[in-house]
Every structure is written in structure tokens, then in C-alpha cells.
Design a protein around this ligand. Structure first.
Ligand SMILES: [Fe+2]
Ligand SMILES: [Fe+2]
Length: 322
């Protein structure tokens, strides 16, 4: 069993059920085993359109160590719609370049190859997701604004400690960390409404626990299943899979996961968009230590995220997702 499968099986089981280890034990709420629930979620994910060819090609470039900026711009430029969207975001107030960026090669020169790759992946995935359906007190705009604030906070955190540099794809991790909510809303609306109403009724409950009780998995695990199906690299999938786990397995890079958890909390405290409906637990001391951060650093990053609110909104509107 792979580390990822363990996280989606026994790891989840142990965190929501106290009857001992074993993925085959029945969940009372659904009368289904975790294996059956996982298969049901994967079957639903398979109903979604396949990932756009251009995104698959950008992902393939990550595996290719010989990839260079020319190869990246060649792949993206074959998709005029994605090219236009990447350039629109690169020209948004979020990056604040004084001159217009009119070509992908210029975007790579100014933003870096990694950021252009991250933008292409994020925009490609977000454009491929189903529109959420309601009637719920859920706003997809709020979700993406929150996610952009998390991605921005992760970028900002890197400045405070060399050890917090993290992987090359932290921006994608931040932007897609709550993507599982879209899958749950689209395919498990009834169960999700149950999770949300449980959250409203129970003081001290958290969304991820309510999701596990109603659906068997939390949105981090479901988002990881989606990205696994779409063949994203492990360094993107793993922190997302465990971002609501109190114990992070070694297989999920503890530094990247700590960055995601801290950035998630910063975005919640900054009040940009909608994160989890109730405040998540306070940042663990161990996460501060992993990232070499102190409380002052945290306050500075939070202040800078609050200052970035307008530019985050401009990034969002240039992605035309609303
Ligand atoms: Fe989350
Ligand atoms: Fe979040």
C-alpha cells in the first residue's frame, strides 16, 4: 500500500473512528467501508472532464529534468485561451509590473519559469472544475479568494526563514488546497449540507471533522484524490491530503505541510475570502519550529496579506472564474 493510499485509508479511519486500525471497518453513518467510500469518490471524480491536454503537458514537463523556459512557453502557447489567461494574470495588479507583459517569454523572464508553470497549472485546473451548485451558504468566489490569500501567504512566509523555502510548487499547493470542497459540493451536495448544518449546530466543531462524519473523508483528502487522478506530482498532492491532519506523516513533507497549515490560518485571520467556516485550531508550536518562525514574523506576514487584499482580488478577477 502506498503512503498516499494509507493516508486515504487507515490514516483517515484512525482519526474518525476509535475501533482500531483496519480500512474494512464499517462507518456507522454510511454503512459503507472506507474502501467503498473512496471508490465512490473516485468514480465521481472520473465523471469530470479529463484534465485539459495542455495541463497534462505542463505536468509532464515537471517530470522532465531537461525542461527549459522555451519548452514551457512552447507548450502553453499551443493553447491560445490559456496563454491569454496567464498573460492577463501576469498583467494584473497582483504582480504590479509597470509595463505590459505581451508574451509568455517576457512573463517567464519577469515572474520566473516556476511561477508561469504554476499559473498555467492553476488556471487550467480551475477552469476545468464544475461550477458549484447551491442553495448553500457557500461562495466559490470566497473559496478562491481564500485560496489565493493562502498561496500569497506561503510566498510571503518564504521570506522569513531560509528553511521555509519549501518546494517549487507551493503556489499551486496554496491555490488548490481546498479544491476538494468543489468536488464534495458537486457530487455529495446532500452530505455536504449535512456537514455544514452540523457545523452550525455544534459549537467547537470544525468543517473537516463534520465532512469526515458525513462523507468519510475531509476536503483535503478528496482534493488529493482529484489531483492524484489528474497525475499531479506527490509534492503537490501530499500537503493537500493532510492539511487537516493533526499528525503529519513523514511521507508528506513536514515543512511544506507546516507552511500550508500556517498560511491557511493567516488567510483565515486576515479575513480574505472564505476558509473553513469555523476557525481552525491555533497554529501548533511544532509548525513554528519547523518553519523557524516566531510570533512577530507571523504578525508581519498577516499584516502584509491584509495589505495585499486588493491585489489578491485583482488576481482573482483576471482569472475570470466568477
Ligand atoms: Fe482546508
Ligand atoms: Fe483553507
Amino acid at each position: 500500500m502506498t503512503a498516499f493510499a494509507i493516508i486515504l485509508g487507515i490514516g483517515v479511519f484512525c482519526s474518525i473512528c476509535s475501533k482500531g486500525a483496519g480500512a474494512e471497518v464499517v462507518l456507522e453513518t454510511k454503512n459503507k467501508t472506507l474502501k467503498e467510500l473512496r471508490e465512490a469518490i473516485y468514480a465521481k471524480i472520473d465523471e469530470l472532464p479529463t484534465i485539459p491536454a495542455v495541463v497534462a503537458k505542463v505536468l509532464a514537463l515537471i517530470e522532465d529534468e531537461k525542461t527549459d523556459a522555451q519548452a514551457l512557453t512552447r507548450v502553453i502557447s499551443h493553447d491560445p485561451s490559456l496563454t491569454a489567461k496567464v498573460l492577463k494574470v501576469a498583467n494584473s495588479a497582483y504582480y504590479g509590473f509597470p509595463q505590459t507583459i505581451s508574451g509568455l517569454d517576457r512573463a517567464v523572464a519577469l515572474l520566473g519559469m516556476n511561477m508561469v508553470q504554476s499559473l498555467a497549472l492553476s488556471i487550467g485546473v480551475l477552469g476545468n472544475l464544475p461550477k458549484s451548485k447551491g442553495p448553500l451558504n457557500f461562495s466559490s468566489q470566497g473559496l478562491w479568494l481564500h485560496s489565493l490569500a493562502v498561496a500569497t501567504a506561503m510566498d510571503e512566509l518564504k521570506k522569513y526563514c531560509a528553511k521555509a523555502r519549501g518546494s517549487d510548487y507551493l503556489f499551486v499547493v496554496g491555490l488548490l488546497h481546498d479544491v476538494g470542497k468543489i468536488v464534495l459540493l458537486h457530487f455529495f451536495l446532500e452530505e455536504y449540507e449535512k456537514a455544514l448544518s452540523q457545523l452550525e449546530n455544534e459549537n467547537g466543531s470544525t468543517l473537516y471533522l463534520a465532512e469526515r462524519a458525513a462523507i468519510g473523508f475531509d476536503h483535503g483528502q478528496v482534493g488529493a484524490m482529484l489531483l492524484d487522478r489528474w497525475k499531479f506530482p506527490r509534492e503537490v498532492i501530499m500537503p493537500i491530503a493532510v492539511h487537516h491532519h493533526s499528525k503529519v506523516p513523514e511521507s508528506a513533507n513536514p515543512r511544506d505541510t507546516a507552511m500550508l497549515k500556517v498560511a491557511d490560518q493567516i488567510a483565515n485571520l486576515a479575513g480574505i475570502g472564505h476558509g473553513d467556516e469555523k476557525a481552525p485550531p491555533k497554529i501548533a508550536e511544532s509548525d513554528f519550529q519547523i518553519l523557524c518562525l516566531d510570533k512577530d514574523d507571523l504578525a508581519k506576514v498577516q499584516a502584509s496579506i491584509i495589505d495585499s487584499k486588493e491585489s489578491i482580488e485583482s488576481f482573482f478577477s483576471s482569472m475570470s472564474l466568477a
